[in-house]
Design a protein around this ligand. Structure first.
Ligand code: RIB
Ligand code: CA
Length: 322
């Protein structure tokens, strides 16, 4: 049966790969994409999302723009693409400017409405800061129970990226993330850095994607090679000429749950620690009596992930055939 999903993104180079995988996979029906402030300002995330969908011939999928700031913090957005690591993300993806426009309805309103109208039918895959989700909960307290499953790219068990103790999506809006983990979603799957860094994509694999000759293959190769150069320069992965494509692992795991290896544990988010704001505290050794609330991916299957990218990006239009 085809699985309906909605992607919440901060596009974002790896978000773009996730969008193409979700829009082209025959087992998935990408109902809509919502955008949020994160890697870059939300308006640019929206523009990049529209570019990505139109590039692969899926300009029919509606895009709804969301929050431009976290729900509490005032010390962000300092868009990371223009400040900390201009090398891994891009303010503007190397794709033609979009012909279409975003929808008028704000993303949080769209999210609360669409899940209320389709209770238990749609999976939400959130691969940016969780600001839109917190706002949707404020609009409709029943929102968490209307979502069939929530898959989040974010957090970490032992790894980090934006600070020594936190991963970017959670750190960028920790109050939103803390609220989401406590809000009563029926099923939460968390795909943290520990898993996504086991599904690294290499320069050689980018060459294979480019040789597909399709719009998706060429774009994925260009975008992931950009990430590889960025990681080589400022966040070495320890494996030459590779980069994680965090967000796409979440979409792949929705199609094939064996892509990730999970444990059902308790996860809470630090929102006050001077040095630890945004840390996901993953109680996988049962140090507390806090109840399990999240299926956390501790490992990912790199060959299966790469195989899916190659198979799915062989689909869709040739470059420019919009
Ligand atoms: O830390 C990785 C996450 O932060 C990814 O979702 C990336 O796109 C950025 O949003
Ligand atoms: Ca992202």
């Amino acid at each position: 049966m085809v699985q309906k999903l909605i992607l919440d993104v901060d596009t974002g180079t790896d978000d773009a790969v996730a969008i193409m995988l979700a829009a082209l996979h025959p087992a998935l029906d990408l109902v809509a994409v919502t955008t949020v402030n994160g890697n870059i300002e939300v308006e640019k995330c929206t523009d990049n999302t529209l570019r990505t969908l139109e590039w692969i011939g899926r300009g029919d999928i509606p895009v709804f723009e969301g929050l431009a700031t976290p729900i509490v913090r005032s010390d962000f957005p300092t868009p990371r693409a223009t400040k900390r690591d201009p090398k891994v993300h891009m303010a503007v993806l190397p794709l033609p400017a979009p012909k279409g426009r975003k929808q008028e309805k704000p993303a949080p309103t769209f999210l609360s409405d669409v899940f209320a109208n389709n209770p238990g039918q749609i999976t939400l895959v959130a691969v940016g800061p969780l600001s839109n989700l917190a706002a949707a909960i404020a609009i409709d307290p029943a929102f968490p129970t209307n979502v069939a499953e929530l898959i989040i790219m974010g957090g970490a068990v032992d790894k980090s990226n934006i600070t020594p103790s936190a991963e970017f999506n959670i750190w960028a809006d920790p109050e939103a993330a803390s609220h989401v983990f406590r809000a009563g979603f029926k099923k939460i799957t968390l795909v943290p850095l520990d898993a996504t860094h086991e599904a690294l994509v290499s320069g050689d694999q980018c060459d294979e994607l480019r040789s597909l000759g399709t719009a998706a293959g060429v774009a994925a190769a260009d975008i992931i090679m950009h990430r590889i150069r960025g990681y080589e320069a400022n966040q070495p992965t320890g494996t030459p000429l590779t980069a994680p494509v965090h967000d796409a692992v979440c979409v792949a795991a929705l199609v094939d749950e064996t892509i990730i290896d999970t444990k059902f544990v308790n996860v809470v988010v630090e929102t006050v620690g001077e040095y630890t704001i945004g840390r996901t505290v993953v109680d996988h050794e049962k140090r507390t009596t806090r109840p399990e609330n999240c299926h956390v991916a501790f490992h990912a299957n790199r060959p299966a992930f790469i195989k899916m990218l190659s198979e799915i990006f062989a689909r869709g239009p040739m470059p420019g055939a919009r």
